[in-house]
Design a protein around this ligand. Sequence first.
Ligand code: NAX
Length: 325
Amino acid sequence: MKSAVRIAITGAAGNIGYAAAFRVAAGNMLGTDQPIILQLIEIPPALGALEGVKMELCDCAFPLLEDIICTADANVGFKDVDYVLSIGSKPRTKGMERADLLSENGKIFGPQGKAINDNASRDVKVLVVGNPANTNALIAANNAPDLDMRQFTSMMRLDHNRAISQLSSKTNTPVTKIKQMIVWGNHSLSQYPDISHCKVDGKDAKSLVDDSWYKEEFMPRVQKRGAEVINARGASSAASAASAAIDHMRSWVIGTDGDDWVSMGIISKGDYGIAEGLMYSFPVRCKNGNYEVVQGLSIDDFSQKMMKATENELLEEREAVKDLL
Ligand code: NAX
């Protein structure tokens, strides 16, 4: 049996954290031969609810789950962790401007980046889910000077999975046969779900759907799916977001399949002309715990315009939090 790895989940008493913790403990993220120690982090008012989450985790008697630590102290919660699911963040409240949201969350993700820097395993892999996820991840990465910025990523996998699901139902093809989807840029309405390189059962996706469906139905639907779920459920996406977080980490650790790729928010090194140092979603292939941006994709004028628009939004976000970087 392998030795246990330590997985921190922030916001573990919240909706997504609650949905994620059980699947992680069941082995869905790292496999059913990988023992786990969960380090669950919450703010002090939520520690009572977190204790309830711990009770339920214990009551599952998960074979892989060796220990559960519950804390409101980030230095304790990130101690020696190998993986971080950074989910907890401050929600947008009525009347709050985007800049206020960015700076309020900056106050969380700056200290969190520092606590990860000071306490986590030197090989830690961090996924930021809490919104605005890309810029929160950028802030955390910039506050962890002893770690490589590549160890910090942001979640675009829910958008990626939503795009696959929409195309699957439109073409009546199983999701397993949809390959090489891309969602570029920011986890926001400006994101660009791109099927230009996508294959549906080996055929070019674009040859199977109308351009008007692609641009007027598919793209807005993927971009606005979060709101659609809120309208239907009366609550924001939770289980699907937790599932995407698990998919993101599993791909990063275990690798992507063959020629396929996934969308991940990562620090831009200037690929495809995107400004360096932004936390931008690119198509990546993962192998042996590393990821590489897929190179050499042709970018037409429409794609260029869409990729630029979402880049511009991320540039504005970065400017709004420049004091925290
Ligand atoms: P909830 O409000 O249900 O849970 C958030 C939890 O985080 C709460 O229990 C709160 O006490 C805790 N928390 C707040 N500040 C914390 C801190 N400093 N340290 C530790 N815990 C802290 O929200 P939930 O529905 O779980 O959503 C969590 C975040 O995910 C939100 O920011 C949400 O916008 C974001 N999402 C991101 C998605 C993505 O694709 N990147 C999609 C889903 C989701 O909207």
